[in-house]
Design a protein around this ligand. Structure first.
Ligand code: NAD
Length: 274
């Protein structure tokens, strides 16, 4: 694959760029994932809540790519928090995917009001010890949630997948993750393709490099050290989004993008979402 790996805190290699499938209907996921695999993606990010684990699994099965060359992530939904319900939800996800292990399993949201993420994570530790998950992690955890998890369990999460793009740069979270050995994975890395790709500073950098705004934003993530999982169902964009390893942003470009931070979320706030 043309995508370099990030080495997670347990030695597992994760491609630095993967394919996200949120909002892709199950019956379109097979085609979209197949297109991504043909374009060279080897990492796929799905979730029980996306309702497309089956379509994703079909594309994986039909690809003919050796299982060990793929990196499949799925996530546990909020209503399945708790030790026993996590074990059951994991079995359901695995059977929908048609796999006998996943590479990365994430707690989708901390849902602190439920106060069950520690028990949930203990079930993750058991599934990991049983060899059914290669790396375990979390998503949408604030530093305070991670701190509690790390103090009350044994396996430091390999990954925290959080909303992160030039309008929400998450510097404090990235620094905390780096101190703890947790890899930062960016969701909505393109800011959901909304205003971000028309921001004049980004359009100007794209012109300077003969690249698209999406490629500039993805390249910024790569140089920051983030794992990224852009989503598209358009074949030309799927190809464009993985083609970000043949050029580099310079210090001036990086400074111009740093200046775009507005601490502006597109998604829910992790302390409130339930
Ligand atoms: P994204 O930032 O990847 O943006 C996707 C949208 O941007 C596309 O629908 C399209 O409109 C546009 N786009 C994509 N490529 C483009 C290109 N080359 N040129 C122009 N426009 C382009 O948004 P996302 O889907 O929200 O996030 C990516 C992935 O992150 C999701 O699919 C999912 O896997 C994950 N995610 C996780 C969580 C979580 O809570 N853990 C939340 C949201 C998303």
């Amino acid at each position: 694959s043309k995508v370099p790996p990030i080495i997670l805190n347990n030695g597992v290699e994760m491609p630095q760029l993967g394919f996200g499938v949120w909002q892709v209907p199950d019956d379109e996921a097979e085609t979209a994932v197949a297109t991504a695999l043909e374009a060279g993606y080897r990492s796929i990010d799905t979730a029980a809540a996306y309702g497309n684990e089956e379509g994703t699994g079909k594309a994986v099965a039909r690809s003919g790519i050796a299982r060990e060359d793929l990196f499949v992530t799925t996530k546990l939904w909020n209503s399945d928090h708790g030790y026993e319900s996590t074990l059951r939800a994991f079995d359901t996800s695995l059977s929908k995917l048609g796999l006998d292990y996943v590479d990365l399993y994430l707690i989708h949201w901390p849902t602190p009001q439920r106060d069950l993420y520690v028990d949930t994570y203990k079930a993750f530790e058991k599934l990991h010890a049983d060899g059914r998950i290669r790396a375990i992690g979390v998503s949408n955890f604030l530093p305070e949630h991670l701190e509690r998890l790390i103090s009350e369990t044994s396996v430091v999460p390999a990954v925290n997948q959080i909303e992160l793009h030039p309008h929400l740069q998450q510097q404090a979270a990235r620094e905390y993750h780096a101190e703890q050995g947790v890899t930062t994975e960016a969701w909505s890395p393109l800011g959901q393709g909304k205003g971000l790709l028309e921001v004049p500073a980004i359009v100007a950098i794209a012109r300077k490099h003969g690249r698209t705004p999406a490629q500039i934003v993805l390249r910024w993530h790569i140089q920051l050290g983030n794992v990224v999982i852009p989503k598209s169902v358009t074949p030309s964009r799927i190809k464009e989004n993985i083609d970000v390893f043949g050029f580099s942003l310079d210090a001036e470009d990086l400074a111009a993008i740093s200046a775009l931070n507005e601490d502006r979320r597109l998604g829910a706030h992790p302390a409130e979402f339930n």
